[in-house]
Design a protein around this ligand. Structure first.
Ligand SMILES: N[C@@H](CCC(=O)N[C@@H](CS)C(=O)NCC(=O)O)C(=O)O
Length: 236
């Protein structure tokens, strides 16, 4: 066990010297994209969920921005920022989950970045203090998904038959709507047939289904309610 790890363990970090440990949070969509890639690769890893409302003292040492995910390597080196983690995981694996062609790969990365913007709009939905704010964020999501719709072809995944990094990134985005559509108007999916088919295909993927715990929907609702915003008022 490395000295660094021993030091963290003294501070009650329950992490072994497993080759790969993902410091996580039960609901975080950025964590989910890393988890999905680890699962797709069949890489063995340890997951350590922390409470973001009550961060352990050691966390600041491995997470300069105070955010999850953090990937710890042999309990010694650490990486932060989910997309950096995903790219690293992709590079150390024998087969890549990106297209081979340089332009195609960059194209995927552009739309991955775009997906992070959609996550920002989802935060806008659950943090909105009034109906108008919530609707504005939903409108922004619709506009963005309409742009993504034009990038999709025959499916079932973003670029056809193969599940790639970009599919891991959009899976947690779509997962939010399984809960949101119970409370707000998400009928825009009806006019986005390719997005809807992609959403469905991703929801059937084992790596996507198991990237969160069974009680994820209840926990997400509890989280939404606790925001005390307009969305909270719609959840009984
Ligand atoms: N750009 C970061 C965003 C990560 C992020 O925002 N994580 C959230 C949880 S989903 C977090 O850790 N927030 C810190 C907090 O809630 O204090 C990434 O891609 O890793």
């Amino acid at each position: 066990m490395t000295q660094h790890l021993a030091e963290l363990n003294k501070q009650n970090l329950d992490v072994s010297d497993a080759e790969i440990t993902l410091i996580s949070h039960v609901l975080c969509p950025f964590v989910q994209r890393s988890v999905i890639i680890l699962k797709e690769q069949g890489t063995s890893y340890q997951r350590l969920d922390i409470d973001l409302a009550n961060k352990p003292n050691w966390f600041a040492k491995v997470s300069p921005l105070g955010k999850v995910p953090v990937l710890m390597l042999e309990g010694k080196n650490s990486l932060f920022e989910s997309q950096v983690i995903c790219e690293y995981l992709d590079e150390i694996n024998t087969s890549s989950m990106h297209p081979d062609n340089a332009y195609e790969k960059a194209h995927h990365r552009s739309w991955i970045e775009f997906g992070s913007g959609i996550l920002g709009d989802i935060v806008g939905v659950y943090n909105a203090t009034d109906k108008a704010g919530l609707e504005q964020s939903l409108q922004s999501i619709q506009t963005k998904l309409s742009q993504v719709e034009k990038q999709l072809s025959q499916g079932p995944f973003f670029s056809g038959d193969t599940f790639q990094v970009i599919d891991a990134v959009y899976s947690p985005i779509f997962r939010y709507f399984n809960t949101l559509e119970k409370y707000v108007d998400c009928s825009f999916f009806e006019v986005l047939p390719r997005i809807s088919a992609w959403r469905h295909a991703l929801s059937q993927r084992a790596s996507v289904q198991t990237a969160v715990a069974m009680d994820y929907p209840e926990r997400l609702e509890t989280f939404f309610k606790a925001r005390n915003g307009y969305l909270s008022s719609l959840i009984s």
